[in-house]
Ligand binder design. Structure first.
Ligand SMILES: *Cc1c(COP(=O)(O)O)cnc(C)c1O
Length: 452
């Protein structure tokens, strides 16, 4: 029989996360205080995050130990499977080998619990009572709601309006885990009220929902804030994905020539690729690494690499990242998790260093790829993951054209079982491609903060 699954036993769950900051040829630019524009210290972040996470944010240590209670929760779905997509390879009639790491096996259906569990754990250890957060498609909100239920924390979620309306099942899932969910922008916060006054009937955006969640945490000493992507500690927690994959590819007796992931804030991409980039920096991997983003929200390919705010109301520190401008409100594409104006500073940095490449996919091409994948492999990808699938298929077709063998690895970061309305709309011909919103982006970029 041909092997299609490369599985590791439970005791091969990594014991430490991989911190790429230890191996970078050039260090990250420091985050800046939103008022003074001076580099911030750990104390500036203390109202929002527990100290353990703040220290991870700036740590230069290569291996950061995963606490036992976190590994114990991971053990419910980790190590996650690595599959060889043999039927997809046949359907594409390509000489390429295609592997995918499947993060949809977590209870919430995506990679997000890898960091949600760690964040809930460290908050619990430091006495936090409640976590506030934002969610786009609802993947992050449901992951954090689950993690809060495990560790006995309350959970308050601001859900981007367009997803709140399009994805009622995700909201139901968060509420089943005990979270309180509000559509964003809301009248509960100053940030929300101000946006509603300016843009009544807005779809909302991640940038706005972040402002609301941060405001709530800043004002309540018992509440801290949790972010599901972008920050260094979030990307760090996701590296269990790549660390396991390196072992699983060894089981398969293969090495990737190209590694593909979709990028919203950059965490699932970083989770798979950073351990490989660590090897690449040391000359031990030759893999090309490709980030795939939606054409409607192209921060890596069309954004500026500059200091910007993480949120719309300018409550967060400034970080240096690829950004479309913090006031840019992306079109309401179904891949809600990819509708963010910025990109993780670490992912922006490795792009700037030339360690990775970036490309875009249109919404209709992403869904076409997802359907083709589902018919071959039996898994319905999340709309976000469809961008990675499309990127991997593109690479496989290039291999076919060139008549060359090639090993492709991609991150299937979540399933789409809660996103079936978007598949219904796609099959009914109701989805559209969005032109690159050049004018709106130019306007938002014109408002970038002036930092020396
Ligand atoms: C949240 C999410 C994304 C986008 O976030 P990243 O930080 O870029 O990974 C992508 N895919 C899925 C399934 C998600 O839930």
């Amino acid at each position: 029989m041909e092997t299609i699954q490369y599985n590791l036993p439970q005791d091969r769950i990594p014991e430490a996360w991989y911190n790429i900051q230890a191996d970078l040829p050039k260090p990250l630019a420091p985050p800046l205080h939103p008022g003074t524009l001076q580099p911030i210290g750990p104390d500036d972040l203390a109202p929002l995050f527990p100290m353990a996470l703040i220290m991870q944010e700036v740590s230069q240590e290569r291996d950061i130990e995963i606490p036992d209670p976190v590994r114990q929760v991971y053990a419910q779905w980790r190590p996650s499977p690595l599959f060889r997509a043999r039927r997809l390879e046949k359907a594409l009639d390509t000489p390429a080998k295609i592997y995918y790491k499947y993060e949809g096996v977590s209870p919430a259906g995506s990679h997000k619990p890898n960091t949600a569990v760690a964040q809930a754990y460290y908050n619990k250890m430091e006495g936090t009572k409640r976590l506030s957060t934002e969610t786009g498609a609802g993947q992050w909100g449901s992951s954090l709601a689950m993690a809060c239920a495990f560790f006995g924390l309350e959970c308050k979620v601001y859900m981007v309006r367009v997803s709140y309306d399009q994805k009622p099942y995700r909201r139901a899932l968060m509420e089943a885990f005990g979270a309180s969910v509000t559509a964003s922008p809301s009248i509960e916060t100053e940030s929300g009220r101000s946006i509603l006054a300016q843009f009544p009937g807005t779809n909302g955006s991640l940038g706005i929902a972040i402002s609301e969640a941060v405001e709530v945490a800043a004002k309540d000493p018992n509440t801290k804030y949790a972010l599901g992507s972008v920050l260094n500690h979030v990307l760090l927690h996701q590296t269990v994905i790549g660390l396991e994959t390196i072992e699983q590819m060894a089981l398969a007796g293969d090495e990737p020539d190209v590694i593909v992931g979709c990028t919203g804030g950059g965490s699932n991409f970083a989770g798979l690729v950073f351990p490989y980039l660590g090897q690449k920096i040391k000359g031990q991997s030759h893999a090309r690494v490709v980030a795939v983003e939606p054409a409607a929200c192209p921060s890596l390919t069309k954004g500026h690499f500059a200091y910007d705010f993480g949120d719309t109301s300018h409550l967060t520190p400034l970080v240096k990242m690829h950004t479309l401008g913090s006031t840019f409100i992306p079109p309401g594409i179904h891949a809600g998790g990819l509708r963010y104006h910025g990109m993780a500073p670490l992912v922006s940095h490795v792009l700037d260093l030339g360690l990775v490449e970036a490309t875009t996919v249109q919404q209709l091409d992403a869904f076409a790829a997802g359907i083709q994948f589902a018919r071959a492999e039996g898994i319905i990808p999340a709309p976000e993951a469809n961008h990675a699938v499309a990127g991997a298929i593109r690479e496989a077709l290039v291999a076919k054209e060139e008549g060359r063998e090639k090993t492709i690895l991609f991150n299937l970061c979540g399933h789409g079982h809660f996103d079936m309305q978007s598949y219904i709309n796609y099959q009914a011909g109701l989805l559209e491609n969005y032109e690159y919103p050049a004018e709106e982006i130019a306007m938002a970029l014109a408002g970038l903060p002036a930092v020396g």
